[in-house]
Design a protein around this ligand. Sequence first.
Ligand SMILES: Nc1ncnc2c1ncn2[C@@H]1O[C@H](COP(=O)(O)OP(=O)(O)OP(=O)(O)O)[C@@H](O)[C@H]1O
Length: 454
Amino acid sequence: MKQPLSVLVLDDNQDILTASRIFLKQHFASVVTLHEPALLISTLASQTFDLLLLDMNFSRDTQSGEEGLFYLKQALAAQPTLKVVMMTAYAALPLAVRAMQLGAASFLAKPWQNEQLLDTLCQASQHRPATQAPVRAAPDSDSTPLLGDSPAMQQVLRTIEKVAPTQANVLLLGESGTGKALVAQAIHQASARAGAPLVTVDMGSLSDSLLESELFGHKKGAFTDAKADYNGRFVQASGGTLFLDELANLGLPQQAKLLTALQQRTVVPVGGSQSIAIDIRLICATNDNLHQAVTQGRFRQDLLYRINTVEIVLPPLRERQQDIPLLLNWYLHKFSEHYQREGLKISLADLRYLQHYDWPGNVRQLAHTVERAVVLADNNTLDFSQSDSALSATATTSGPTDAADTAADFMLEFVEEKTIRQALQYYQGNVSQAAKALGLTRGALYRRLEKYGL
Ligand SMILES: Nc1ncnc2c1ncn2[C@@H]1O[C@H](COP(=O)(O)OP(=O)(O)OP(=O)(O)O)[C@@H](O)[C@H]1O
């Protein structure tokens, strides 16, 4: 008898996918296979699974297992109840231990025997997480995975994967609300420093006089309010990651002090004489144009070179409209659950409008807009006319909403577009083969390619 469980298998090896699909279909109610890791999060955002069989090594990074750990964390953030079984051709105990610490239910070395695979999956489905919470993002907003199917966000995710395991300093650039803090968190979580703290300093909220003592600490009596010794943020982040947010707000004298600390890898607390060695990974972020700030003399060039070993630019939401349905869907589920308002839908007219709105506040604005609409909903269809004034002014002119014209229709289109994308990717752009696999004529597929702008 089949187990009433749904299984998702992610591996970039087609032979393994085919073999596991044929075998697992005999034993589980539903089996979905994916061969592109970049599609994992969007698949988990649109469908719930009981089990995930996840490869640890993909073609970009064949042996370290870091990619597998990265996707493990993303998958658990997306679906915390998912039971994940990690598989690798390079069975290595330390990696298995790290995967389990991060919340994996079990571990399987390739090549496996079918019976062994079945046993491992069945046992994993009974797995109860250890009482101690696995190392993963904290609940609420922090547990949001970095969502994004668009080529621009896929590029960001690939850079995060590459840079996270290194010690390189990272500079995150992008408008407010584009996800810089979320990326800093993702880099920290996917790094070897994940067990140590991620310490965030909002440089914009600190006065010049407070900044030095906040960053480097102070000795008791160093100034009137210094009632006790204080370890600054550099020391607090020791062994972990220091995230300096809103960096462009730093004045030139403070920039000089920060540069000295970074160059010498030591800090001297205010009122102290002894320097303290620091061991931090530095991530900085700003929504200002730092390169322009350098040419305008507002920001030191030597400091910029010290902090921007790798630069990641987060694109504004209006430049990746493709991600909007995914984000709306994610936040609708999240807030419906939080406010216990199940069954809420977004009308198709609103969805179309929201996808073309320019979101000056980016993902933060989108999340707030959905939350407000969920809180204020009177019936099952959300009303965006009570949202931001700028948003509602246009939303109400987007035409009357038809109750039957709901999010379900929109999600169908969304799923259709995703399936077509996957088929094209699988058949490397061969339209005839993709059309055949999708059960469409070439003409019908071409019409859909045009419709979705593919
Ligand atoms: N790609 C994304 N997927 C899911 N949620 C996201 C994404 N990007 C941002 N968010 C959410 O949007 C909100 C704002 O993100 P975040 O604080 O990381 O932006 P920011 O660029 O650091 O903003 P600021 O410059 O104003 O500090 C958060 O709630 C975050 O979880």
